[in-house]
Design a protein around this ligand. Sequence first.
Ligand code: HEC
Ligand code: HEC
Ligand code: HEC
Ligand code: HEC
Ligand code: HEC
Ligand code: HEC
Ligand code: HEC
Ligand code: HEC
Length: 413
Amino acid sequence: MSKVTTILLLFCGVILGTAQAQNACIDCHRLKTPGIVSDWELSKHSRNAVTCDVCHGSGHSSTDDIANVRIPTPAVCAPCHETQVAQFTKGKHADAWAASNAMPTAHFQPMAMMSGMKGCNGCHKIGLKTEADIRKLKSEGQGYGLASCDACHTRHAFSKTEARQPQACQTCHTGSDHPQWEMYAGSKHGVRALLRQNGTLHESIAGPTCQDCHMSKGNHEVRTAWGFFGVRLPMPKDERWAADRTTILQALGMLDPDAKPTERLETAGEIDVMRLSDDAWQIERDRMTRACANCHSSRFASGELAKGDDMIREADHVMADAILEVASLYRDKLIPRPGNYPYAFPDLLTFHNAPTEIETRLFKMFFKHRMRTFMGTFHMNPDYALWNGWSELVEDYTAIKAMAENIRFKQTK
Ligand code: HEC
Ligand code: HEC
Ligand code: HEC
Ligand code: HEC
Ligand code: HEC
Ligand code: HEC
Ligand code: HEC
Ligand code: HEC
């Protein structure tokens, strides 16, 4: 939006909301919620007449009408921050709500883990909600967690300085299946940036933040070449790898036993789970290589990124073998194939709700150790790539083989 329109909008806001109503919000809330008012006072918004009612409406102005307050969505920020809202909407963060609710495992989760602010949707609340989602959240009770835009520059300071720190990503990009914070903080990249942050190193020393690599030039559209699942189309030329990836996509329910696309693959396409063409993949890879080239030679960077690709290929081979082992137990009717599993393969998307120990181990192998193997490689963390990743993956494989053998032995006795 142009500066002129911004100024006009602000001007209208000041004229429309009477000066008294604005003071009323602040005066009363200074007593009721002092932390919110003092944060707002620190923000650029307070210096630009973006008062409480600009975001929350003026439907509530006393203790009797609190239900009439507006809980803002990104649409409320859009008139003044069109660029960021448009970029965000095109990126992966915007899909986070839909992605988590589309998972088969969503139905097995306790309600508090799904309705927002806790568990799955404590992190996935960053995604845009549809009108129907918002109605549902409201009908379930309070209906907060609609904003998305307060995930990195938190309310009510809405500070760019906060958003630029790698800790702004920490709450969500952590833990079992996506420990980017841990991998980054322990890598030379993170160590440099964190020593700069605490004042030990010079303030201009090179040490990339998450944002330098993933939101370069302040671009709010986040997306990577391989994504979370580390799968993509078309299939690679390498035949062994193509066969392994087919098996993995079958266990994700995205290809059927005849390797034909399923409805799930369609949904995955809609929520941008993977890159579906070489071009789409290359755009993201080039964007990343350009970010590295601020500090390294492009040759160096491309070579390092290729090692991440190699580790996906290697991990896929071990992974696919383990999947086929479990599938063979279904085929030979040695463990029951759960009725809700769509195909002849174990369904990785049931997460930890898999019914047997061997299937649960397979889930962990995929979501925890296969992820760490390639994510650790991409994030320059040798310990995550090897000991927390590849080494554990190989151990899972041995354990799954042993469990399968045991099941077969028991049945034949
Ligand atoms: C006379 C006091 C008073 C005035 C004036 C007032 N509020 Fe409130 N407001 C409250 C109280 C009390 C609550 C409930 C706090 C609680 O739940 O602890 C509240 C809650 C809120 C909430 C949170 C609602 C929720 O669902 O949790 C927002 C947002 C809010 N007020 C914004 C405003 C805005 C904007 C104005 C001015 C247009 C305003 N308030 C004027 C007293 C006031
Ligand atoms: C009525 C217009 C308006 C609305 C609505 C609005 N903002 Fe702003 N915002 C501004 C202005 C003006 C600035 C200061 C711009 C400047 O100084 O460059 C600003 C600055 C910011 C900044 C940068 C702060 C910094 O430290 O430099 C962030 C982040 C921000 N807004 C987020 C939001 C979010 C999130 C929403 C919606 C929940 C929102 N804004 C709604 C007008 C608005
Ligand atoms: C409130 C939680 C939350 C915060 C904070 C957060 N993210 Fe995310 N991020 C997510 C979720 C959830 C996804 C998965 C989105 C989906 O379902 O498609 C994601 C996806 C991503 C992706 C896309 C990966 C892919 O699949 O290609 C990148 C890159 C990313 N985030 C970077 C960041 C960076 C950098 C920050 C900090 C500046 C950050 N995120 C802050 C929750 C968060
Ligand atoms: C601690 C925060 C957090 C929790 C809890 C969490 N997620 Fe995520 N989820 C993320 C982040 C961050 C990503 C992106 C990671 C990446 O790209 O490496 C993600 C990725 C995903 C993706 C992949 C989306 C895509 O497009 O690639 C799905 C699906 C998903 N999560 C579902 C769930 C479900 C279902 C639950 C609960 C059982 C859950 N998540 C719990 C943060 C979380
Ligand atoms: C730039 C937009 C913006 C302005 C200005 C703003 N808020 Fe908010 N407010 C938000 C957002 C975003 C949320 C989080 C909504 C959600 O849960 O998704 C929120 C949530 C709240 C809540 C409920 C959640 C909580 O933490 O208790 C209260 C209360 C509140 N605001 C009060 C105020 C008061 C008082 C003012 C003025 C001093 C104010 N807000 C100014 C954007 C704004
Ligand atoms: C994943 C983290 C993240 C999310 C989510 C996020 N932002 Fe930002 N935002 C940032 C970062 C990082 C910066 C600082 C960029 C830079 O260095 O210029 C920023 C800066 C801004 C600025 C200041 C721009 C400037 O150049 O002064 C505005 C305005 C803003 N964001 C609005 C929004 C709005 C609106 C949303 C929701 C659609 C949103 N942001 C969601 C991380 C985020
Ligand atoms: C030095 C650059 C760099 C930094 C710093 C960095 N990343 Fe990454 N990130 C990458 C690369 C490279 C990939 C893999 C891209 C691809 O798929 O080709 C990646 C991938 C990701 C993904 C997708 C899944 C995965 O791990 O492969 C997410 C999510 C992510 N990064 C989040 C973060 C967060 C959050 C931080 C900070 C805690 C961070 N990154 C720091 C370069 C970086
Ligand atoms: C903001 C600058 C910056 C960016 C951007 C950056 N790096 Fe680095 N990188 C460094 C610094 C500084 C070191 C530490 C050098 C050392 O260990 O002597 C480093 C170290 C490394 C190392 C370890 C090298 C060694 O000698 O042990 C690798 C590998 C690496 N970077 C790859 C990448 C890749 C790939 C990207 C892009 C995804 C990238 N870097 C982006 C600054 C950066």
